[in-house]
Design a protein. Structure first.
Length: 243
């Protein structure tokens, strides 16, 4: 998987944003994450290397817009050009995660139709309230490849009525950072069972910092969040998001 980060910065929009890593890292460098700016890497999808091959390789999933939200209103003026590049790169898949699926119809290009073949959209929901708000919009939207991401998972979520056959995967994980809110393994196992019942691939991506299992609260260093989740060995099917 390679990455393309066309713009940087974002506005907090829901509970899952409370300890957003973009804010945390910008604070370290005395920058304001609310000041959204176009990155120098904006045109990376259409840049070529000396040997004529694409800078962002063909045949890969390109993780898009990872320090912002692709559907952010402050990026409206840049999105058309971004779509133009995505349309041009039919040889690669573009994947973005959004907390703004309610802006979907304001943001798609004119020729979107029933979705671009090379775009994967992940709708993120952190609690039941956001699941009940975002997922009805998401499951009804014309998108060719749909994933649900429950990260940071803040409580047990009942996803059952949203696990329709076109959902290609559900990923879950806890929150990182020193102030991170606790994630309970029981919530993860509950979503896993819902996915098994609906025959939808499931992935446990990371434990987060404060992880409760069998009643015991563990503090897990950042570098072990993914490996500890992997050790649980509870993923099903072949995973799409795993790096
Ligand atoms: S939507 Fe994502 S990038 Fe934007 S503030 Fe929330 S967590 Fe951060």
């Amino acid at each position: 998987m390679s990455g393309w980060n066309p713009w940087h910065g974002c506005d907090k929009i829901s509970a899952g944003c409370k300890y957003c890593y973009v804010y945390r890292s910008d604070e370290k460098y005395d920058r304001n994450a609310r000041e959204v700016r176009k990155n120098a890497s904006f045109y990376d999808p259409i840049k070529k290397k000396r040997d004529g091959s694409w800078k962002l390789p063909s045949g890969e999933i390109i993780y898009t817009c990872f320090t912002s939200d692709f559907l952010l209103d402050k990026a409206d003026e840049w999105r058309k050009e971004a779509w133009d590049m995505i349309r041009q790169r039919q040889d690669a898949m573009f994947l973005f995660i959004t907390k703004r699926i309610h802006r979907f119809y304001d943001c798609i290009p004119e020729d979107w139709g029933d979705g671009y073949d090379n775009v994967i959209i992940c709708c993120t929901v952190e609690n039941q309230q956001m699941a009940d708000y975002r997922l009805p919009i998401f499951i009804n939207a014309p998108i060719k490849h749909k994933l649900i991401v429950c990260e940071p998972l803040l409580e047990e979520i009942d996803l059952r009525k949203y696990l329709t056959p076109e959902i290609r995967q559900v990923s879950v994980g806890g929150e990182s950072g020193v102030d991170a809110r606790e994630c309970n393994y029981d919530w993860i196992l509950s979503i896993r069972q819902q996915c098994i019942d609906a025959d939808i691939p499931f992935e446990f991506r990371q434990t987060g910092t404060h992880f409760r299992k069998d009643g015991r609260l563990y503090t897990i260093p950042r570098k072990l969040h993914s490996s500890q989740a992997k050790k649980a060995n509870i993923n099903t099917h072949k995973q799409i998001l795993t790096k």
